[in-house]
Design a protein around this ligand. Structure first.
Ligand SMILES: C[S@@+](CC[C@H](N)C(=O)[O-])C[C@H]1O[C@@H](n2cnc3c(N)ncnc32)[C@H](O)[C@@H]1O
Length: 360
């Protein structure tokens, strides 16, 4: 086990080149430290929410199973393993059973506590009776709800003292839990949407999205349509009602979002992709691209990622095709978009949101 944190180089490998953003935090370092006391070669190890691969790389020699939720995460872990000369390919999605029951699970607590609980469910179903779980978080992100959720699955939840503003808790004494339905459902415009715990906007369709759906402009000439950052698929589904003959492509970085969208919109003319970029699409592939683009990434706000995606949209649009987005007013995307597209216009705006149309 390479538990010497300074000997490996871990990079973010995301679409952003902001050098001030780190690929791991004190919480990851503390989880690693804690795991060195608990892990051993004969224990089966599971790793959850390892965003850029800090834990998977440092513990690669123990042959862990890494449960991913994002394509960007898979890409980062694979790249970090490769650049550090590590041979590691044990991945599992968060809904499938693990190949082996784990004795020790390491979990960096995600921002979404619904996703935290989905992971605890998974651990509960895929672990040995006496499994131990080490969860880690920055103290500023602590919520008593974390302990409450952990207590639903484990008898004992023992918190460490804080080191470098991070803390861990060790969970043990697995409780017997009934298998639960991991889907929320919500109603919008006479349709019932299903979505896995932890994906964007759990209780209702996002208000920016609702505003977008009132104002975006579609045309019967829009044959090939991309819903970029598609979440549960609501934008594509609403356009499909107006343009049933068109072909729809839905792309999202989140595995659980893609699996949710598959439950909500399907058909021969509907295609789903678990991707965090448009690099697999050809130049001039689309007539129309629609998006409520991401700018929150766990506890960070980063508009470099949507801007990089807008550049890819330009490449993938046909000449004359349009990108239409909704955003919060304060993000001020118009100026950035004007450096990419020849024509950028605001087609609707209220006190919170703006809908922007860019023509190639
Ligand atoms: C603001 S939500 C919009 C979801 C959905 N379209 C809606 O309106 O409810 C943004 C979505 O972007 C996804 N996302 C984040 N980074 C991405 C990337 N690089 N490529 C594609 N999707 C991404 C997130 O998983 C999330 O589902």
């Amino acid at each position: 086990m390479n538990s010497n944190p300074s000997s490996l180089k871990i990079k973010r490998y995301d679409l952003s080149d902001d050098k001030s953003l780190k690929a791991f935090s004190a919480a990851d370092e503390l989880i690693l430290e804690c795991s060195s006391e608990l892990s051993s070669e004969d224990k089966s190890l599971g790793i959850y929410n390892d965003r850029f691969g800090y834990l998977s790389c440092h513990l690669a020699e123990l042959n862990p199973l890494t449960v991913y939720t994002k394509k960007s995460q898979l890409n980062a872990i694979t790249s970090n393993c490769k650049t550090n000369g590590l041979d590691f390919e044990n991945y599992c999605d968060p809904l499938s059973p693990l190949a082996n029951k784990v004795d020790l699970a390491l979990l960096k607590v995600p921002k979404s506590l619904a996703l935290f609980e989905l992971h605890l469910q998974h651990i509960s179903e895929n672990s040995a009776k006496n499994v131990q779980v080490v969860i880690g978080f920055m103290t500023r992100h602590f919520s008593p709800k974390m302990i409450e959720i952990a207590g639903k699955y484990f008898e004992t939840v023992e918190q460490s003292r804080a080191i470098k503003k991070a803390r861990t808790a060790t969970l043990s004494g697995k409780k017997k839990i009934e298998k639960v339905n991991l889907l929320d459902s919500l109603e919008f415009n006479n349709d019932i949407y299903q979505q896995y715990w932890g994906i964007f906007s759990a209780k209702h369709i996002d208000y920016a999205t609702q505003y977008f759906l009132k104002h975006l402009k579609v045309d019967s000439e829009d044959q090939n349509i991309l819903d970029l950052a598609s979440g549960n698929g609501v934008i594509a589904k609403e356009i499909l009602k107006k343009l049933p003959q068109s072909t729809f492509h839905l792309v999202d970085d989140s595995y659980l979002a893609v699996e949710s969208a598959k439950l909500n919109i399907s058909g021969e003319n509907v295609h789903h992709y678990f991707e965090n970029s448009l690099s697999n699409f050809k130049k001039h592939a689309f007539d129309l691209i629609v998006s409520n683009p991401p700018f929150h990434f766990e506890h960070e706000i980063n508009i470099q990622i949507p801007i990089q995606l807008f550049k890819e949209c330009f490449r993938c649009l046909k000449p004359g095709g349009s990108l239409q987005i909704v955003s919060n007013n304060h993000l001020n995307y118009s100026n950035q978009l004007k450096t990419i597209f020849p024509k950028v216009e605001i087609i609707a705006q209220n006190e919170n949101f703006v809908v922007i149309k860019c023509v190639k």
